[in-house]
Design a protein around this ligand. Structure first.
Ligand code: PMP
Length: 287
């Protein structure tokens, strides 16, 4: 059985799924998205991702296209039809299809809604996490509202391609002051030379990662503290450990920055432990 996508009220074969050329998501990036990791077919960190979805829509003056309850049923039905146990479910919501005009349509049109489900090989991702990954740094060229989970991801796509060409797994954006903001699709963390966990504060122009937020709770449960303070790529290289967080990568050890090793150049004990704790929590609370 092939992949199935959901497009505007219908489940259709993935290869035939399409939206109109005048969709404002396609024309203007006038759309937002959300992503849930799937463990055993269930949505991980569900409440946090739903809350950010509503917030992103609100920032673009858009409503939730259906109730959260109905949306949960549709997301789960998409997962079920794709028979995916471990993977990701993606939701894109655009303002809808309207004759091309920058300003919002005067009469609201029906929002477009797309859901896709993809499979993740968790055995392969655990093997990858056990080795750790490299990141490269790149100037922060995105806009001033990176807190909105908008589909305007061109700078992120260019940064990720730069990483891939350098044989790294992620790109870290560096702002004008020389501090890391976040990754192209993850939040960035280090365990500094003093052993303190550090990550950028959410008043900065970054996405408020749901994995980041949940991990903060787990860290507090361990009796540890997080310093929400910027760090430079140099500080990351001199750190004991580094890692990234996101629904896709979960907690993934970073072993090099711009080709130079972090710490001993292998996954650190704290990042490894936090990965285990996050996965346990995600599995236990998935809906
Ligand atoms: N920053 C960016 C730019 C992202 O795209 C993501 C992935 N959604 C994250 C951070 C991590 O967010 P989350 O933990 O909610 O997946």
């Amino acid at each position: 059985m092939g992949r199935i996508a959901y497009v505007n009220g219908r489940f259709v074969p993935h290869g035939e799924a399409s939206v109109h050329i005048e969709d404002r998501g396609y024309q203007f990036g006038d759309a937002i998205y959300e992503v849930w990791a799937l463990f055993d077919g269930k949505l991980a960190d569900a409440a946090g991702h739903f809350a950010r979805l509503e917030r992103s829509l609100g920032e673009l003056s858009m409503p939730l296209p259906m109730s959260q309850r109905a949306l949960t049923l549709v997301l789960k039905e998409a997962v079920r039809r794709n028979r995916v146990r471990d993977g990701m479910v993606y939701l894109q919501v655009s303002r809808g299809v309207a004759p091309r005009d920058h300003a919002f349509p005067k009469e609201p049109v029906r929002q477009s809604m797309v859901i896709t489900v993809s499979q993740v090989d968790r055995t392969a991702s655990e093997a990858r996490a056990a080795k750790g990954v490299g990141v490269v740094t790149t100037p922060e060229t995105r806009w001033g509202r990176c807190d909105i989970k908008t589909v305007g991801l061109l700078p992120n796509a260019l940064a990720k391609q730069k990483a891939r060409e350098a044989g790294a797994a992620e790109a870290w954006f560096v702002d004008d002051l020389g501090f890391v903001t976040e990754g192209a699709s993850s939040n960035a963390w280090i365990v500094d030379r003093e052993g303190r966990l550090r990550t950028r504060d959410t008043n900065a122009n970054i996405l408020r990662g749901i994995t980041r937020r949940t991990l903060m709770d787990l860290i507090a449960n361990e009796g540890l503290q997080v310093d929400e303070r910027p760090f430079t790529p140099d500080e990351a290289r001199q750190a004991r450990e580094a890692f990234i967080t996101g629904a896709g990568t979960l907690v993934l050890p970073v072993v090099s920055v711009d080709g130079k090793p972090v710490g001993e150049g292998k996954p650190g004990p704290l990042a490894t432990k936090l990965r285990r704790l996050y996965i346990e929590r995600a599995k236990a609370t998935a809906i």
